[in-house]
Ligand binder design. Structure first.
Ligand SMILES: [Zn+2]
Length: 360
C-alpha cells in the first residue's frame, strides 16, 4: 500500500513538474508572441501614417496638374490673341513703310511733280501733310500693337514661370511619393515576416496547450467578470431548461440557449480561454469547446454548436481572446434552422448550467 502511495506521489510530482515546465515554456512563448504582436502593430501604425502622407502627396500632384492645365489653357488663349495682334502689327508696319516710302519717293519725285503741277504751294503742302498724318497714324497703330504683343509675351512668360513652379512641386511630390512607396514596401515585407513568426509562435503555444490538455493539466484562473454575448445576433429563440424537442418532439432538457441568426452571423468567444475541442459531433453538427479557466476553483467551459466545418476558425489548443470571431452560425446537425446552440458547463464532469446567469 505504501509503495502504491509512493508511486502515486511520484507520478503526481512528475506530472505536475511536466505541467509546470510546459506552463513556463508557454509563458516564454507567449511573451515572445506579445513582442511580435507589438512590433506588428507598430509597423501597421507606420504604414497607416505612410498611407496618409502618400494620399496627401497624391492630392498635391493632382492639384499641381490641375493648375498646369489651367495655365496651359491661359497660355493657349494668349497665343491665339497674339496671333491676331501680330497680324495687325504686320499690317500696320507694312502700311507705315509703304506710306513713308511713298512720302519720301513722291515727296522727292512725285510731289515735286505735284508741286509743279499744283496750282499752289498750299495745295502741295496739304497733300504732303495728309500723307504724313496717315503715315503717323499707321506708325502709332503699329506701335500700339507692338506694345500689346510685348505685354502678352510678358504675360506668357510669367505664366510659364508659374508652370515651371508647378512642375517643380509635382516632381518633388512624386519623388517623395516614390520614396514612401519604397518604404511601405519594405515595411510590408517586414510585416509579413512578423506574421509568419506569429504563426510559428501560435503553433508552439497550440502544441504546448495540446500537451497540457492531453495530460489534464491545463489550468489557469478565469479572467473575471461576466461573459460576453457569444454572437452578433442577440435573438434568443429557445431558453435553457425542459422543453419539447423541435426535432425529436420528446420532452427533454435543453442544455443551453439557442440564438437565431442568418447563415454565417459571427460567433464570438464568450471569454478568453483555450479551445479544447473543435470537431464534428453527432447532433451538435460541429462542436467548439473553450476552457475559460477556473472560476472559484471550478473549471468553466462554453460550447458552441451547429456550424459547418468551413465556418470554423479555431483549432484545439488555440488561445482565444474574449470576443474573438471563432465561427459562424449554421444549421449543421440536429437543427431546424440557422442558429447557435450555446452552453455553459462547469466542473470536470461538465455540468450544463443556465448560460443566462453567466452572460452580461
Ligand atoms: Zn439548442
Amino acid at each position: 500500500m505504501k509503495q502504491v502511495f509512493t508511486l502515486f506521489l511520484v507520478l503526481c510530482l512528475t506530472l505536475s513538474t511536466v505541467g509546470l515546465a510546459h506552463a513556463n515554456e508557454k509563458d516564454k512563448v507567449k511573451q515572445e508572441l506579445e513582442k511580435i504582436q507589438d512590433d506588428k502593430s507598430a509597423i501597421k501604425k507606420d504604414l497607416d501614417q505612410l498611407d496618409e502622407e502618400m494620399k496627401k502627396n497624391r492630392d498635391t500632384i493632382r492639384a499641381a496638374e490641375k493648375e498646369m492645365i489651367k495655365i496651359d489653357k491661359e497660355v493657349a488663349e494668349i497665343e491665339k490673341k497674339m496671333e491676331g495682334i501680330k497680324k495687325e502689327e504686320e499690317h500696320y508696319k507694312k502700311l507705315f513703310k509703304t506710306r513713308i516710302r511713298k512720302l519720301y519717293q513722291q515727296g522727292e519725285v512725285g510731289y515735286m511733280v505735284s508741286l509743279l503741277e499744283s496750282e499752289s504751294f498750299g495745295q502741295f503742302l496739304a497733300r504732303f501733310e495728309s500723307i504724313r498724318l496717315i503715315a503717323k497714324r499707321d506708325h502709332s497703330l503699329f506701335y500700339n500693337y507692338v506694345r500689346l504683343r510685348e505685354e502678352k509675351e510678358k504675360q506668357k512668360k510669367e505664366l510659364l514661370k508659374l508652370r515651371k513652379e508647378q512642375e517643380k512641386i509635382t516632381a518633388k511630390a512624386e519623388k517623395a511619393y516614390k520614396e514612401m512607396l519604397e518604404d511601405a514596401k519594405k515595411k510590408k515585407g517586414k510585416l509579413s515576416e512578423l506574421e509568419n513568426l506569429e504563426m510559428i509562435k501560435e503553433a508552439e503555444i497550440r502544441r504546448i496547450n495540446l500537451k497540457l490538455i492531453q495530460s489534464n493539466q491545463l489550468s489557469f484562473p478565469y479572467e473575471g467578470g461576466p461573459m460576453s454575448w457569444p454572437s452578433a445576433s442577440k435573438r434568443v429563440t429557445s431558453t435553457f431548461g425542459m422543453r419539447s424537442h423541435p426535432v425529436s418532439g420528446g420532452y427533454r432538457m435543453h442544455s443551453g440557449i439557442d440564438i437565431g441568426g442568418s447563415y454565417n452571423t459571427p460567433i464570438y468567444a464568450a471569454a478568453s480561454g483555450v479551445v479544447v475541442e473543435s470537431r464534428t459531433s453527432v447532433g451538435y453538427g460541429w462542436l467548439i469547446v473553450i476552457y475559460h479557466g477556473n472560476k472559484d476553483g471550478t473549471p468553466l467551459y462554453t460550447w458552441y454548436a451547429h456550424s459547418y466545418p468551413n465556418q470554423v476558425r479555431v483549432r484545439p489548443g488555440d488561445e482565444v481572446k474574449r470576443g474573438q470571431h471563432i465561427s459562424g452560425i449554421g444549421s449543421n446537425g440536429m437543427s431546424t434552422g440557422n442558429h447557435l446552440h450555446f452552453e455553459v458547463r462547469i466542473g470536470r464532469n461538465g455540468q450544463a448550467v443556465n448560460p443566462m446567469s453567466y452572460l452580461k
